[in-house]
Design a protein around this ligand. Structure first.
Ligand code: FAD
Length: 600
């Protein structure tokens, strides 16, 4: 029989929360929280993406935001039951605010709130037309001079950006821009995506030939339109490109391909952007209220500068420009770097018959794809999870409910288990000279991704080639200089080279703001990405959330969107609601706007 006790505990707590909040009693509300509590809010109370850590921060936020948030109707979410394990009672919850309906998740410890996640599902009066409310499509009846769906779409394409201005311009039509535009379309926010490539999906198509997604299909769905059940676990890059192109079309997005954003300036008086774009050779000026840079966090190449690059006679390029191995079958190739791109490119060059050396300057975290899938992702994103009733939306919310401050504590045991399981494998890699790490605090891949977005390889085969010497390795060294036909390393080794690939990663997204807007605006908003964890490449102070992503920045009307497919899917919901609220003139007082501590 179902144990009702957890439901009772959660309901009692939610009733008390409801009463205290409705009465505007901050202290009584704060009393319902544990001392070491976390309240992560995605837009409902804070109009921000913000984690309150500890009672003091919860109190401060409520003092600032309770009066006009006017939350009510807290209850266990419809159709859900609370559950209990290891002294933690947890439940899906729902609630309302003055402006919106919310969904969330709560964990109780000793009868008090330990973690609370509150997320905005929809704005009241601006609900998406879904299910029972889906559009009719056909216009039944008889009407003179009626227009068809196709004619309406053609008229929109003719007018938007010319005789009628979009409310929002998204620069960058990769998966991030596309997912956000799909949500904005459903919310009736007139939007244009500006993309310098010709077709949606080109940012994947143009990457090196051998690339397949490193994340599995369950993690990668786009909003509204999940991949079909026969979709491969790891999408080949051109296949994901085609999916994005199809998605853009069927989701009716206003996608301006072959269009480059040249310049954007913000007028603080009219609170409007002037965005100059070049479309098919013609300059067009757009005047949106909101500008989203979805220009890619793995898109602004970090190109090193080494002495002798100007005299090197072979081919040299950043990994983002690497065409694939076909041209280099019998070449001597040197790949600088030891993360994902470096490994993929080395393996493809080796497969083609090239003589390949990887140059590893500092340690890298490597994790076998199988182990990551089974121990890292399977509980939320796997076929087993799907069969056990897990939905993508719930998986995303469970993930979101784990506060960043303690996320590493959940990750360390996972990576300890992986290290134990794959001990021989790691030993062989070390024996080959490969410098391994597991993150500064042994918390592994996902924390590295959130903190610095780099420093790892998800092994899909190249590590065996490193371990058995097929890919030659020079580790613990840097490049000293290039000569006409070789790379000289800091230990004096000379590597003859016909090809040098710089797999040296990507820069912060505010570099895009500097390029397109101004250095002043880029500095005003500061570094993009990272948590302030005070670990390598993620300097403190602690921020509690990802810097500048999906939330208001220090520059009014400027937003950053992107990340992996999971993040693009999940956070596009909250960014689209923030934009919609502004378009509708709903007050959006931002609580806890992030301060800037680092410029890049
Ligand atoms: C080798 C590699 C493997 C990866 N594997 C995975 C994976 O398995 N799973 C995953 O989720 N992510 C993966 N990523 C991360 C990947 O970069 C992102 O998930 C994805 O590309 C991000 O999408 P995006 O839309 O944010 O950016 P992008 O896909 O980089 O798109 C940005 C777009 O902005 C356009 N643009 C830039 N400037 C302008 C301008 N001025 N005017 C007009 N257009 C402009 C660019 O042309 C580009 O199309 C990988 C990245 C790399 C490099």
């Amino acid at each position: 029989m179902l144990d009702k006790a957890p439901n009772g505990k959660v309901s009692d707590l939610l009733n008390a929360l409801d009463k205290a909040l409705s009465a505007g009693e901050v202290e009584r509300t704060v009393d319902l929280f544990q001392t070491d509590c976390y309240w992560r809010d995605l837009v409902t109370f804070t109009w921000n993406i913000k984690t309150m850590e500890g009672k003091e921060q919860v109190r401060d936020m409520l003092k600032a935001r309770l009066a006009d948030t006017r939350p009510s109707n807290w209850k266990i979410a419809d159709g859900e039951d609370a559950s209990e394990a290891d002294g933690i009672t947890e439940s899906w919850i729902q609630f309302e605010t003055e402006a919106a309906r919310g969904f969330g998740h709560m964990r109780l410890k000793d009868g008090r709130i330990w973690t609370l996640l509150t997320t905005m599902s929809e704005l009241k009066g601006h609900e998406e037309r879904l299910g029972f409310d889906r559009p009719m499509g056909a216009k039944h009846g008889a009407e003179r001079n009626r227009t068809t769906w196709k004619e309406d779409r053609e008229a929109e394409a003719r007018e938007l950006g010319y005789s009628r201005q979009p409310y929002c311009v998204i620069v960058g039509g990769g998966q991030g821009g596309i997912a956000l535009a799909a949500r904005l379309r459903q919310l009736n926010v007139p939007t244009i995506i500006v993309e310098k490539n010709e077709r949606p999906g080109d940012s994947w198509r143009k990457r090196y030939k051998s690339l397949c997604l490193h994340d599995p299909v369950w993690y990668d769905h786009l909003p509204y339109l999940p991949f079909p059940r026969n979709w491969p676990v790891f999408s080949p890059k051109d296949k994901i490109g085609d999916w994005l192109e199809m998605y853009t079309k069927v989701m009716e997005l206003n996608y301006w391909g072959s269009t480059e954003c040249k310049k954007a300036t913000y007028d603080e008086n009219s609170r409007e952007w002037t965005v100059v774009v070049q479309r098919d050779g013609k300059e067009i000026v757009l005047k949106p209220k909101q500008l989203v840079l979805a220009t890619g966090m793995s898109a602004k190449p970090n190109m090193p500068k080494f002495e002798g690059m100007d005299i090197f006679k072979g081919d040299q390029h950043h990994s983002s420009q690497h065409p694939g191995p076909d041209k280099y079958k019998n070449s001597k190739a040197v790949v600088i770097g030891s993360n994902n791109s470096a490994h993929d490119i080395c393996a493809a060059l080796w497969e083609a018959g090239a003589d390949v050396t990887m140059v590893q300057r500092s340690s890298t975290h490597v994790v076998r794809s199988d182990s990551l899938m089974e121990l890292g992702l399977a509980a939320l994103y796997s076929e087993q999870a799907v069969q056990a009733g897990m939905t993508t939306a719930k998986a995303d919310l469970i993930f979101a409910s784990l506060p960043y401050k303690i996320l590493h504590e959940f990750q360390i045991p996972v990576y300890n288990a992986i290290r134990e399981r794959d001990a021989d494998y790691y030993k062989r890699l070390e024996k080959a000279g490969f410098l391994l790490d597991y993150g500064d605090d042994d918390s592994g891949l996902f924390m590295k991704y959130l903190r610095r977005g780099s420093g790892y390889y998800i092994d899909v085969g190249a590590s065996e080639l490193v371990a058995n010497g097929s890919i030659k390795l020079k580790s613990g060294v840097d490049v000293k200089k290039l000569t006409e036909h070789s790379v000289i390393l800091s230990d004096g080794t000379e590597l003859p080279a016909d090809l040098v690939v710089y797999a040296t990663g990507y820069g912060s997204m505010n570099g895009w703001a500097a390029d397109l807007i101004s250095k002043e605006v880029a500095d005003k908003v500061g570094k993009v990405w990272g948590l302030g964890s005070n670990t390598t490449k993620d300097p403190g102070p602690w921020e509690g959330e990802q810097r500048n992503m999906w939330k208001p920045t220090q520059q009014e009307g400027l937003w950053f969107h992107g990340g992996n497919l999971h993040q693009s899917r999940h956070y596009s919901q909250f960014l689209s609601l923030q934009l919609k609220a502004r378009m509708e003139g709903i007050p959006t007082p931002v609580y806890g706007l992030q301060n800037v501590h680092h410029l890049s």
